[in-house]
Design a protein around this ligand. Structure first.
Ligand SMILES: N[C@@H](CCC(=O)N[C@@H](CS)C(=O)NCC(=O)O)C(=O)O
Length: 207
């Protein structure tokens, strides 16, 4: 049985869980990370020397980095709809996945930990303001893209990019601060509620 290591409150673990739900992959999830077994244990560090969740164990194959895990699951199950084999379409899906992790998620991180997690390590007002400004700029880029496609991140079809972006959008709406109204993002967020994998790992999952 495929194993997913990581607490379900983690956005990066929930990307993988939602991908499993879309594809119908049976798995067991083990609670590792903050509040559960420490990812600094030797048993965990042997699997991921970064000490971060999620980790996927598929037989003798081990993989870390949430977006790479999502791509592995789609490719290994032949789900070209989620990750097109067409080079350009596939590259666009990967572009938006990388942007979610490297730009959108990175911008949101400090403010999210301050305002939602109430982390004592994230109390610097200037850094909160900077994070909120960068987060808003990134969301404006996403809003323009969604307004152009009228549906999903790279076009009409739902892909892996929508899994990782969808959970980031959920986080945007769950974080309490005065935010501008982004109409295309709001429509997208509503549209995603039709997918059980999103509901289970977003609204019924965690911020
Ligand atoms: N780039 C990594 C980031 C992984 C990451 O930052 N994971 C966080 C949870 S979202 C973590 O392991 N936190 C430590 C912990 O929970 O103990 C990925 O996408 O998998």
């Amino acid at each position: 049985m495929l194993r997913i290591l990581g607490r379900a409150t983690s956005i990066n673990v929930r990307k993988v869980l939602w991908t499993c739900a879309e594809i119908g992959i049976e798995h067991v999830r083990e609670d590792w990370g903050r509040g559960y077994r420490s990812t600094r244990e030797a048993e965990f560090l042997r699997l991921n020397p970064n000490g971060l969740i999620p980790v996927l164990v598929d037989g003798d194959f081990v993989l870390w980095e949430s977006n790479a895990i999502c791509r592995y699951l789609a490719r290994s199950r032949g789900r070209d709809d989620l990750l097109p084999v067409d080079w350009r379409q596939g590259a666009l899906v990967e572009q938006w996945m990388d942007w979610q992790a490297g730009t959108l998620g990175a911008a949101a991180s400090y403010a999210f930990h301050a305002l939602v997690r109430q982390s004592p390590d994230h109390r610097d007002e200037a850094q909160i303001a900077s994070s909120l400004a960068r987060w808003q700029e990134a969301m404006a880029i996403l809003d323009a893209q969604l307004a152009a496609t009228g549906a999903h991140a790279v076009g009409a079809a739902f892909t892996l990019a929508d899994i990782v972006l969808g959970l980031s959008v959920h986080r945007w709406y769950q974080t309490p601060f005065d935010k501008p109204e982004f109409g295309a993002v709001r429509d997208y967020y509503q549209r995603l509620h039709a997918r059980p994998g999103f509901v289970a790992n977003g609204p019924q999952g965690a911020p």
